[in-house]
Ligand binder design. Sequence first.
Ligand code: F6P
Length: 395
Amino acid sequence: MSVEITENGEVHIYGRERLGDRPRIGILTSGGDCPGLNAVIRATTKTAFWLGYDVVGFRDGFEGLVDPIRYQVLSPRNTAGILIQGGTILGSTNKGRFAARVGESGRVELDPKLVGRVAETIERMKIEGLIVVGGDGSLSTAQQFHEAGIPVVGVPKTIDNDLKATAFTFGFNSAVLCCADALDRLHTTAASHQRVMVLEVMGRHTGWIALHGGIAGGADVILIPEIPWTYENIIAKIEERRTLDKHFTLIVVAEGAHLPAGGLVLDEGGSQNMQVRLGGIGQVVAERLEGMIEQDVRFVVLGHLQRGGGPTTFDRVLASEYGAHAVRLITEGKFGQMVCSDPPDICHVPIVEAVDQIRTVDPGGSAVQSARAMGMCFGDTPGYQNPFQTTPGKQ
Ligand code: F6P
């Protein structure tokens, strides 16, 4: 890969491709990476190519838009083969000058001068529309660009699946597979040693990964931020399993689950991106349980393994559809919109609607109900509770 610095030292161009005189679309990937980002980049590039556009990929999230501008020209040739690759060939960051979100929903106003500089870049480079691939933080930044008149469209990305206005974000399914695979592996070692295993998964302030991963991997206990739980109820489940001759128990805990006494477990390293850094609840739960029961308890933190690696086939399809439809939105002049999934269709909604609050797990929803029906425990009741409220033989 060659690097070129122009006379004024401002623009860095990566790669061998050069811009032609076709109309231009820009794309950037921002926030925490996840499987499927490259599939979006590829789909965008291919769609744009066939529709007669050149594609400019800005580097390292929003950072590549200004001071200095850093970009790479994307083509079907240099995006070939990236459909199945994890990470993002454009780079990404979840901190820096463009953070527009604090906590779960607080808006932070971007420096108007910085936004003005971005507008200059877009104009100077003759970009007709900028595709921002990101989670709620990055899309909040995109929304402020839109309010400043910069032509943007959004593509929802995050393993957490916590964005309102879309049934699925790409990356989620891949993270769920990772969680289920970990549970499959923990199952055999837990059974061999008759142990309680605690698996901590990501998800920020929602329990989507824990819930879906827990169901897919056959967990016995699932602890999520949306459902209050107690240690006593978990122990009741462990005991109940013993009576069924099951001498091991698999517990999945979401990193953002609240402790019974209240409060979150935070990673002591803190955070530089205006969001708290969650982490450590797996250990807390394991240590507390170990002090309350006779059995051995071990914990595993799945961590960034959930974000690494290539996308599942579901995420490849979703990411590809998002990329293609994001280009369509630009060709139709539908700026300030985000592509979204409303199965079986890909639709679009105003970005502002997608970022004003997070989408949490519904404790009364069908996934939780199904899990309860199968005897899975959410730590909120001491024993089996019929979620369907029916009795045998009665309609
Ligand atoms: O939002 C995606 C996510 O992976 C969360 O599940 C997790 O809390 C966070 O990002 C971790 O971020 P970082 O990359 O800063 O460790």
